[in-house]
Write a protein that binds this ligand. Structure first.
Ligand SMILES: C[S@@+](CC[C@H](N)C(=O)[O-])C[C@H]1O[C@@H](n2cnc3c(N)ncnc32)[C@H](O)[C@@H]1O
Length: 235
């Protein structure tokens, strides 16, 4: 699947599956308030697992913010929040819905994380339910960019689904692409479509790559392989 197919899918996702595309656990008929509440709950779980440092004196960049579900929750805990996403329609929705003065949103190209403003730095780079859509090369580039954007002592905190890709997973990708081609946009509560291919990144590869870039990997934790959190610090 090409990067442009992925961007195209995400860009259409609001029209095709609604807010449900942000998180399958959000009811497809769910309200904006329910979406924000789910973001607060997801962030609270992330904080309890990762022990991520927060504070009103800190700035956070969120990769793959979508419509701003977790961005709003991050605004309650950080002084400044920048959400970036590849899908212009999602960023537009996020901007229209945003009620926090400390929050801003930008479209990124999906290749580099280059916020507008040459001197942008942050204390935390955060991402939830995004980075397993990136292949090794793209993910490595994002890690390198995060390292440059972070201040010394800053944290890169991100979620990955680390379940290995099995034959059944591949068949499921194909099946979902076929359903989408037939006009079926959701199956068993999951959106279909080519833009939803997941990549597997092993713990060994993550540790090696992050360490090579200069990070200190602090922890890789989570209740199961689908909900793994990685905390890496820029020394
Ligand atoms: C499952 S949604 C999660 C959105 C948000 N993090 C949340 O939990 O509500 C995945 C998001 O990742 C974005 N995305 C996909 N590939 C990306 C990339 N290469 N760079 C930045 N964002 C990306 C999509 O546009 C989409 O908004």
């Amino acid at each position: 699947m090409s990067q442009s197919a992925s961007v195209e899918w995400w860009n259409k996702s609001l029209d095709e599956v609604g807010l449900h595309g942000m998180d399958k656990l959000v009811d497809s008929s769910g309200s904006w308030d329910a979406l924000l509440q789910s973001g607060r709950e997801d962030l609270a779980r992330a904080l309890s697992l990762t022990d991520m440092t927060t504070g009103q004196d800190r700035a956070v960049l969120e990769i793959g913010c979508g419509v701003g579900r977790l961005t709003a929750a991050l605004a309650d805990r950080f002084g400044r929040v920048l959400g970036v996403d590849v899908a212009p329609t999602l960023i537009e929705e996020a901007q229209q819905r945003n009620t926090h003065q400390s929050v801003s949103f930008e479209v990124c190209d999906g290749v580099r994380i280059r916020p507008n403003g040459a001197d942008f730095t942050c204390d935390t780079v955060f991402s939830y339910e995004v980075l397993y859509y990136l292949n090794r090369q793209s993910l490595t580039t994002y890690f390198e960019d995060a390292f440059v954007l972070l201040t010394s002592g800053g944290q890169l905190v991100f979620h990955l689904n680390m379940e290995p890709i099995r034959v059944s997973t591949r068949l499921s990708f194909l099946f979902r692409r076929a359903l989408y081609a037939c006009g079926i946009k959701q199956f068993r509560g999951w959106p279909t479509g080519a833009g939803l291919k997941r990549y597997f990144h092993s713990e060994a590869w993550l540790r090696q790559t992050l360490t090579r870039i200069g990070f200190r990997v602090e922890r890789i934790v989570g209740p199961n392989l689908r909900q793994k959190w990685i905390v890496a610090v820029k020394p």
